[in-house]
Design a protein around this ligand. Structure first.
Ligand SMILES: Nc1ccn([C@H]2C[C@H](O)[C@@H](COP(=O)(O)OP(=O)(O)OP(=O)(O)O)O2)c(=O)n1
Length: 178
């Protein structure tokens, strides 16, 4: 089950869903629109190593926008800091971003109950496209979770992406030690 606009509002009032900054006008029928934060990042090395800590370089999107190029993975970040304490949040693209050939996540759209942070976006594009800080980039939808949660993401000792970051965060796969 996906939360409706009214249920999302109730959860916001209860504090079980936090979206900051929040504006009522971005609440859709059953989703909330999130926006592109001003920082992007790319990996320093062209060849990534799934066992290594691959470092990234951050840069700011200038006022006139930034042209994304196909063949490069960009890490972006939502402007919105979110907390979801009782539901499973999912990050989805928007039809309008999809129609520009922009993907905002590479395979990972699901969040965890207890996730408290901005969302890192794994951005790629089909053809060169200029993007702007603050543009609508995706939407959050909220699923009801069945059963009790034993370990909330923000209480998990080894959660990799919890915290409060205003810049995109690189892959922490290296912490899996496989
Ligand atoms: N595009 C995405 C998808 C998810 N997340 C956040 C919300 C999730 O609650 C958190 C962890 O996502 P996963 O469980 O998919 O990631 P891992 O399994 O790699 O990390 P962990 O071991 O910390 O669970 O990252 C994000 O910022 N950007």
């Amino acid at each position: 089950m996906i939360l409706s606009d009214k249920r999302i509002l109730e959860e916001i009032e209860k504090g079980t869903i936090v979206i900051s900054p929040y504006d009522r006008k971005y609440l859709g029928t059953n989703s909330y629109d999130v926006h592109l934060g001003k920082y992007l990042a790319t990996y320093k090395d062209r060849i990534l190593d799934a066992r290594a800590h691959n470092e990234i370089e951050h840069f700011e999107i200038p006022e006139e926008g930034y042209v994304l190029q196909p063949g490069t993975l960009y890490l972006g970040v939502t402007l919105e800091y979110t907390e979801t304490h009782a539901h499973v949040p999912f990050l989805e693209g928007k039809s309008s971003t999809g129609r520009l050939g922009i993907d905002i996540h590479a395979t990972a759209g699901k969040g965890d109950v207890g996730f408290c942070n901005t969302w890192t976006l794994e951005i790629s594009c089909a053809q060169p496209v200029r993007v702007y800080a603050g543009m609508p980039i995706g939407q959050l939808i909220y699923f009801v979770v069945e059963g009790e949660v034993e370990t909330f993401y923000n209480k998990k000792g080894n959660a990799k992406y919890n915290g409060r970051t205003i810049k995109p965060v690189e892959s922490m796969m290296w912490k899996n030690q496989f």
